[in-house]
Design a protein around this ligand. Structure first.
Ligand code: NAI
Length: 383
């Protein structure tokens, strides 16, 4: 019998509802594909509000200890206060476990009315660097002693023209983190027989961080994949499986709207990746169906890519699709392809039958709105 342990964090807001709908679908797909011979063993870990209520901490050490030795985990959304309060638990976990690659496949599900004319042309996978950039958490509020000290240093030692009243954030980016992210993206492109990897950056303005990311990306491509990749300049004369392109982030936001068929795998920095993965998800019908995973070299943490949706929490309205499709990514990664295909097929079928949660129903004319729980039951029946 093939058994895999998956640690799971329920999450805040709509977290418990989407889990309640998602787990039976993921288990059902495994059972449907392999009967009793394959099984996922679920073990709950505490984090967020539930952890705070039960043990008085948002991210208990016990959870961190288990995740440190884990291979597979899944999480619902965790709330983060804006502009005050504790640091994002998501960011803390990404950094603590060195989950350096955030991977989000974005493709269209037939039948959803998208804001663009040809959403079916979108079939991309975003590899977002997950540990550095302005997410490093080195930020000081305007007027604090730390901000003043840093500004004094910048003005006096480096002759930088910084307003003494500014709030200050730091954007550290390294060769090591940039190269390992781009390497992972290129390996994925080769494994999955995709045709290009585009390095997305804002290097025209931030030369030594964003621009360096692009240079390091090309360097690792040359150093490790010389026989398998080529640049756009070499396209006319060469015939290697993967083309490495680069695009400035603002131009890329236009390009994915105007010519999405020209882009395949995107490798990018942390902040750009955050923006572009949500923008692409919107292009194909929203966050409710966007799966994702955060990976280190040992741990894969699959997640619902949306947040806690506080306005609909507890109202049986949330779409569990993001978590369910993240489950399909997990099954794909452990080689249980039939179960993963069955989940994606079940989602296609529910959309074709126009029986979906409200967020999708708003994008499908004539659709019947069903609750979170019922949507899960429909998917289970469709497997
Ligand atoms: P959000 O993703 O929670 O909500 C944005 C919009 O999408 C809202 O209109 C919401 O109702 C809707 N929505 C989100 N998920 C949905 C679903 N599954 N089904 C139907 N509709 C859905 O983003 P927001 O409002 O910016 O953040 C709320 C909280 O979530 C914040 O505390 C934020 O820090 C946290 N958050 C956590 C994430 C994570 O754990 N990975 C990711 C994004 C936000």
């Amino acid at each position: 019998m093939a058994q895999k342990t998956v640690y799971f964090i329920e999450g805040d807001g709509i977290g418990p509802e989407v889990w309640g709908a998602a787990r039976p679908v993921i288990d059902g797909a495994v059972q449907k594909a392999y009967g009793k011979s394959n099984k996922l063993v679920w073990e709950e870990l505490l984090a967020g509000q539930k952890a705070f209520k039960e043990v008085g901490e948002y991210l208990p050490q016990a959870t961190m200890d288990v995740l440190a030795g884990a291979e597979l985990a899944m999480k619902g959304p965790l709330g983060t206060p804006v502009g005050k309060g504790f640091r994002s638990l998501n960011v803390t976990m990404r950094q603590a476990f060195d989950l350096y690659a955030c991977i989000r496949p974005i493709r269209y599900f037939d039948g959803i009315e998208s804001p663009v004319k040809h959403p079916e042309k979108v079939d991309m996978v975003v590899f977002r660097e997950n540990t550095e950039d302005v997410y490093a958490g080195i930020e000081y509020a305007s007027g604090t002693p730390e901000a003043k000290r840093l500004i004094d240093f910048l003005r006096s030692e480096l002759k930088a023209d910084v307003d003494a009243a500014a709030g200050i954030g730091i954007k550290p980016m390294t060769e090591r983190a940039s190269k390992r992210l781009v390497e992972k993206a290129i390996r994925y492109a080769l494994d999955q027989k995709r045709s290009s990897v585009t390095l997305v950056h804002k290097g025209n303005i931030m030369k030594f961080t964003e621009g360096a990311f692009m240079n390091w990306g090309y360097e690792v491509a040359r150093e490790k994949f010389a026989d398998e990749v080529m640049t756009e300049a070499e396209l006319e004369t060469g015939a290697k499986p993967v083309v490495i392109k680069d695009r400035i982030a603002d131009a890329m936001f236009q390009a994915v709207l105007q010519a999405p068929q020209d882009y395949d795998i995107i490798a990018t920095t942390n902040l750009n990746g955050d923006y572009i993965s949500d923008a692409l998800a919107a292009q194909v019908g929203g966050l409710g169906l966007a799966p994702g995973v955060n990976k280190s070299d040992t741990l894969s943490l699959y997640e619902a890519t949306h947040g806690t949706a506080p306005t609909i929490a507890g109202r049986d309205k949330a779409n569990p699709g993001s978590l369910i499709l993240s489950g399909a990514m997990l099954l794909e990664d452990i080689g249980w392809h039939e179960a993963a295909d069955s989940i994606r097929g079940a989602v296609n079928k529910a959309i074709a039958a126009k029986r979906v949660t409200v967020d999708l129903a708003m994008q499908i004319s004539g659709a019947e709105t069903v609750g979170c729980k019922e949507f899960g039951e429909i998917l289970l029946a469709n497997l």
